[in-house]
Design a protein. Structure first.
Length: 95
């Protein structure tokens, strides 16, 4: 049985540029899960912020965020869509 795919966003706050190489290597390893990526250097605060759009199984997304969470000087948070019900009534049946 195939794992259900979920859509979500992963936010990463990077407190040191020394973490960038490791983060980029991890993102390269999980390129199949990434839909999009936006990075903003916030120079006034001395941090960089990344927003990732992900689409994959919960196992794949958890593996990605688990590896990212182990990077020094980086904080990671994730928000995913809820799992879809096993069967959903069509719009005609719902009426």
């Amino acid at each position: 049985m195939e794992a259900q795919k979920r859509l979500g966003v992963v936010g990463i706050v990077v407190e040191s540029l020394s973490a960038a190489t490791e983060i980029n290597a991890i993102l390269h390893d999980f390129a199949g899960v990434l839909v999009g990526r936006m990075g903003i250097p916030y120079r006034e605060r001395g941090v960089s912020i990344l927003a990732l759009i992900v689409d994959g199984s919960t196992d794949d997304i958890s593996a990605l965020t688990g590896r990212l969470g182990r990077v020094r000087n980086a904080s990671v948070k994730t928000a995913l869509t809820r799992e879809a019900p096993v069967s959903t009534p069509s719009s005609k049946e719902a009426r």
